[in-house]
Design a protein around this ligand. Sequence first.
Ligand code: AMP
Length: 275
Amino acid sequence: MRLATTLEELRAWRREAPPTLGFVPTMGALHEGHLDLARFARSQNAAVVASVFVNPLQFGEGEDLARYPRDLAGDREKLAATGVDLLFAPSTEEIYPQGFSTAIDVGAIGDDFEGALRPGHFRGVATVVGKLLHVVAPQRLYVGQKDAQQSAVLRKLVRDLAYDCSVTIVPTVRETDGLAMSSRNRYLDERERRAAPSLHRMLRRFVELLKAGEPFEIARTAAAALLEAPGELDYLACVDAESFTPLAALRANCFVIAAARFGRTRLLDNLWFPQ
Ligand code: AMP
């Protein structure tokens, strides 16, 4: 596996790259969820590029940018073992040189839920992925269902700005107790880790109650009660999968989404209803 740390090295590699290229952008501290994206990309393309870049633009003030886990040596080994051809791991200055001021704003799809709780977050995500897509120029982009709103934002970015690239959303990889894998899970202390799978149980219960015909608000309140202390709910909602506008019932192509805080750690999860 080649390592590139500058845009110029990446461009030079790209000029010689085979005709079908899959791209997996990440912030590193890789786990099986990330590696599943890379495996999907490996199985569908002649070559695969992964990036590891902790993007300061998508962190708000007081968020965990400084303490976000970093393990480039471990990430490199895991990606090489998965058959990735090129790892792009740039410095912050390489992506945002002094004077950088352009931003990509995807509009209303990024305003609610994570966008409301983390102002500027999706603008930061769209800006960095937009820049990476220009240089990597893949035919296929791979993103995780775990970050459902982010995936919807990136699908919209690709469509609105006419990148010549498809977007594949890969199902969430979970621990055996149901907790969605996340780089942030390593922040959880023992008590928080024990309570964290209740986020997934809450989502499943909400869906069961809705399917059984319970009124929406009653189902939401009953399901929310399953979130275990010290978990504190940020939201439990049902949204259209494309636009992320709230819905008051389950219907085709919707996500049931939830976010909760366990101590200083925010965790997200969702269930998808294709039909
Ligand atoms: P991150 O490094 O957290 O920015 O994530 C990089 C990519 O991996 C994003 O597209 C995430 O949605 C995806 N991802 C993160 N966790 C999981 C998971 N448990 N299962 C599948 N994909 C994931």
